[in-house]
Structure formats: C-alpha cells, structure tokens
Design a protein around this ligand. Structure first.
Ligand code: NAP
Length: 260
C-alpha cells in the first residue's frame, strides 16, 4: 500500500532506538524525509546510517539533544522548521507510588510526557494547518487506558491525552490529525535494559526467558515487535488517514480486556 506521503518531512522525537526508531524507519520506507533525535550521538548516527542505506533517496537529519528541554526542542525545530508529520516520544518516567515523588519529580514527568509534546504541537501545528496537511502521533502507553502502579506515568500521559482530545477536534478541519498510540509491552532496549533486567537477575533467569514469560501473559502469546508499531504509526500518517483524529489506539496483543 502506498500511503501517499513520499517527499513529506517528519520529525520523529526520541528515535535512535525502540519505538521511535521503528516509526522513523517505517516513515522513511514510505519515502518521508526524517529528522531523528536522541541524547546519545552514537546510536542516533547508527540508526541514521541504517535508514540512509535502506532508503538512499530519503534525507535523514540527526539532531542530538534532550527533547524535554527548550534547547533540545529548538535544535530539532531549527533542523526541520516545517514538518508535515510529528511523532512525539521521550523517555517514560520512573516507576513508583505517588507517595515517593516530590513536586520536582512530578514537574519532570509532566515536562517529558505532557508538556514537551504540547510544546512541539504548538510549534508546528499552525504551519501544518496553513498547508492543509499534518499528522501528529503521540506515543504514550497502554496505561492511558488501563492505569498501572506507575503513578507519574498515569498522571502525565493522561494529561496529554486530555489535551489532545480537545485540540485534535479543532485541527482536523484543516486536515491535521492528532492521535495517540498506546503501546503494551514491546521488545525494546528499554524493556530489556531497565524494566526486565533487574527482575531477571533477581530470579536468576535470562532476560530472554523473562521477556517470553511476559509474552505468555498476553493473549497474543508474545510481546510486541517495535516494527509493528512503526508500521501502524506510518499508516496513521498516511494521506488517507485524515478521518482519524483524537483517537487512542492500543497496540497490546489483546492485553486490555475491555470492549471499548
Ligand atoms: P527505548 O528502547 O529506551 O528507546 C528510547 C529512545 O528515545 C532512545 O532512542 C533514546 O535515546 C531516546 N530518548 C529517550 N529520552 C529522550 C530525550 N529526553 N530526548 C531525546 N531522546 C530521548 O524506549 P522505548 O521502549 O522505545 O519507549 C519509548 C516510549 O514508549 C517511552 O516513553 C516508554 O515509556 C513508552 N512505552 C514503552 C513501552 C514498551 O514496552 N517498550 C510500553 C509502554 C510505553 P537516548 O537515550 O540516547 O536519548
């Protein structure tokens, strides 16, 4: 399927690894020029080179910086001032009960997972509306639909989701959509290096065994492949996806047990 976005420009935030990387690859495979970002230069350069190798006709711009800071956002917007597509993504907040978090912890979580995407939308949405094409996708979490014991994440991501629910209905008249992708468990570096590692070590089993165990607890019988989320993200960014806005779409292998 040709998604009709060849030659469009995308900013994909936090995209040297994991879900962001998968979105950048899927968009580049559709002929979209991508500006990709991360704090670490090495993995970012590696991802950029992989994309260039697979898609020599696509322009790939690397921006090293922290997307949750004003300087990080300015650098990205300077590199790609008029994106047609914006994928918002950043590191998630640490796990834990609200009793352990201070006001500063909350501000940090809100900055990363609510205010940064809002700032990026604010900086790009009017240009998209004037040009009558824009696709904005926020990578959030299945916690938006089924809150977990990660209180910082529940709060910050639901705040963003509430904001988008209103804004997405005011931009779509100009063919600018804003949607949320809600990942369940995906096999990314984050899962392997921070989420699962400590538990695997504690139980004396390998990370692979523990990831497989998590997978068996999901109706699909496995954890998600980031490429699956990337492809869905590219579809939402397609020329013909202009009738989908303000939605929060779970990609969780059936883990959420509800009907709606
Ligand atoms: P990941 O594998 O650790 O990849 C994160 C990517 O984002 C890396 O490229 C990282 O590079 C970059 N990054 C992180 N913070 C950044 C920042 N402040 N500024 C710029 N780049 C930044 O993580 P992931 O699993 O793809 O997760 C992505 C998001 O989805 C997170 O918010 C996570 O909480 C959420 N999520 C993931 C899952 C899952 O199962 N994987 C499930 C639900 C929600 P640098 O570290 O070099 O900056």
């Amino acid at each position: 399927m040709d998604l009709g976005i060849r030659g469009r420009r995308a900013i994909v935030c936090a995209s040297s690894k994991g879900l962001g990387r998968a979105c950048a690859i899927a968009l580049a495979n559709e002929g979209v020029d991508v500006t990709i970002t991360a704090r670490g230069a090495e993995a970012l350069a590696q991802t950029a080179n992989e994309i260039r190798k697979t898609n020599p006709s696509v322009t790939v711009i690397e921006v090293v910086g922290d997307i949750t800071t004003p300087a990080g956002r300015d650098a990205v917007l300077k590199a790609c001032p008029e994106p047609d597509i914006l994928i918002n993504n950043a590191n998630g907040p640490p796990a834990g009960d609200f009793r352990q978090w201070t006001r500063d912890d909350w501000i940090k979580a809100l900055d990363a997972n609510m205010l940064t995407p809002i700032e990026m939308i604010k900086a790009t949405v009017d240009g998209m509306m004037n040009r009558k094409f824009g696709r904005i996708v926020n990578i959030t979490s299945s916690a938006v639909k089924a809150p977990t014991s990660r209180d910082l994440s529940n709060g910050a991501r639901t705040g963003l989701t509430g904001f988008v629910a209103g804004a997405a209905r005011r931009t779509v008249l100009n063919n600018v959509t804003i949607n949320g992708l809600l990942p369940g468990i995906f096999d990314t570096d984050r899962l392997r290096e921070s989420e699962v590692l400590a538990e695997a070590e504690k139980r004396g089993i390998s990370v692979d065994e523990l990831v497989a165990e998590h997978g068996r607890s999901i109706p699909a019988g496995r954890v998600g492949d980031p490429a699956e989320l990337g492809l869905f993200c590219a579809f939402l960014c397609g020329a013909n996806a202009g009738f989908i806005t303000g939605q929060n779409i779970l990609l969780d292998g059936g883990a959420f047990p509800g009907t709606l």
